[in-house]
Ligand binder design. Structure first.
Ligand code: WQD
Length: 340
């Protein structure tokens, strides 16, 4: 069975990708330092997949650990998720973000080169677009100045991949520019585990629905959008996971080294208030929220042009916004019963 190393594989998107890889007949191998993940995720993965997914605990900046992993496993490819990803935190601790997010990619690329592992999928973000001038946003849209050090690390890592592949390295890589991942595995056994007060919308919505938070604040309703609240492209995490599996297959079948990048979104935008309405519909709850001031750094509206990934990776999203919110709510209820 072909082995795929998932760095940060116990995290939100990494764990769901592990499930999708097993479903596609691959053997995932996880490396995670659990700085932003719970060990209980491994139990959830065991229940879903029926196997104990091999997991190395540690930091993928640790060259000795990575040497051990690559020497103990013949890998077909690597999916590199491991990175710090909190936008606000990155502005308070930029050096931590630059060191961790960039150095970890360099370690992964160097060890891949030593062991002749040729296929890498990199976790990038639509944040590299900033506020696009035209929508839906295409991969060819020029990237803008990053809104945060976090976003800048994603741009720098994309540039590292471009230059490394151009240098005739044996590597082939795909960068996936995620839009807004939400939802959870339909089983309710794994999902998003925000630490502390969620900065992202959907976990804050479900925690408010569960009574953990008293009230959601909608950050602004005076934008130039259908109802004044910001627009985003919310994609189910299982659809996002499947895009990684398709990327690995695409890389395996390549005829020459390549570097390419793809938007991964639904291709549709929804406002914050639409998300609230959809949540109320699927949960049967009236959500307690108020309108507050805009959040600095927020872009007004962004959603993906998905023509390229549809065509080249033969990938289409399967879940709707309501499906995603239903699964997020199901996961929140499961968490309330059995805290992670
Ligand atoms: C979505 C919308 C908020 C919370 C960020 C990163 C991105 C990725 C996903 C890592 C916005 C509004 C939110 C709340 C609100 N992160 N909102 N009240 O900012 O689009 O993207 O997270 O990969 O890189 O930039 O996501 O969920 O924080 O916000 O009104 O309590 O919900 O203003 O319009 P965002 P988000």
């Amino acid at each position: 069975m072909e082995k795929i190393l998932i760095t940060g594989g116990a995290g939100y998107i990494g764990s769901h990708t592990a499930v999708a890889l097993v479903d596609a007949g691959y053997q995932p191998i996880i490396v995670d330092d659990f700085s932003n993940a719970e060990k209980s995720v491994l139990d959830g993965l065991q229940k879903i997949t029926g196997q104990s997914i091999p997991c190395y605990e540690g930091d993928c900046n640790d060259k000795r650990l990575m040497e051990r992993i690559f020497s103990e496993n013949e890998l077909t490819g690597v999916i590199h998720f491991a990175a710090y990803k909190a936008v606000g935190e990155s502005t308070e601790h930029p050096l931590n973000y630059y060191r961790n997010n960039i150095f970890s990619l360099l370690v992964v690329l160097e060890i891949m080169e030593i062991y002749g592992v040729e296929n890498l999928v990199f976790s990038s973000s639509c944040t590299v677009y900033g506020q696009p001038d035209t929508l839906p946003v295409k991969e060819s849209t020029p990237r803008k100045d990053a809104e945060s050090p976090y976003g800048n690390t994603k741009k720098i890592c994309e540039d590292i991949l471009t230059d490394h592949v151009k240098s005739k390295a044996r590597l082939s890589a795909i960068a996936l520019r995620y839009f807004n991942p939400i939802g959870a595995h339909p089983s309710g056994l794994i999902g998003e585990l925000p630490t502390g007060v969620p900065s992202n919308l959907v976990p804050f919505v479900t925690q408010t629905g569960a009574g953990i938070r008293n009230e959601l604040t909608v950050f602004g309703d005076d934008y130039d959008t259908p109802d004044g609240s910001c627009v985003r492209d919310y994609i189910h995490v299982m659809d996002l996971a499947e895009a990684h599996v398709k990327s690995i297959s695409y890389l395996k079948n390549k005829t020459a080294p390549l570097y390419d990048l793809f938007n991964v979104g639904t291709g549709k935008g929804n406002t914050v208030l639409e998300v609230i309405r959809a949540f109320e519909k699927v949960s049967g709850k009236d959500l307690n929220y108020k309108i507050g001031p805009r959040r600095p750094g927020d872009v007004e509206k962004v959603w993906a042009d998905t023509e390229k990934i549809n065509r080249e990776l033969n990938w289409q999203p399967k879940y709707t916004l309501e499906d995603s919110l239903r699964d997020s709510w199901n996961w929140q209820l499961a968490l309330s019963k059995n805290p992670a």
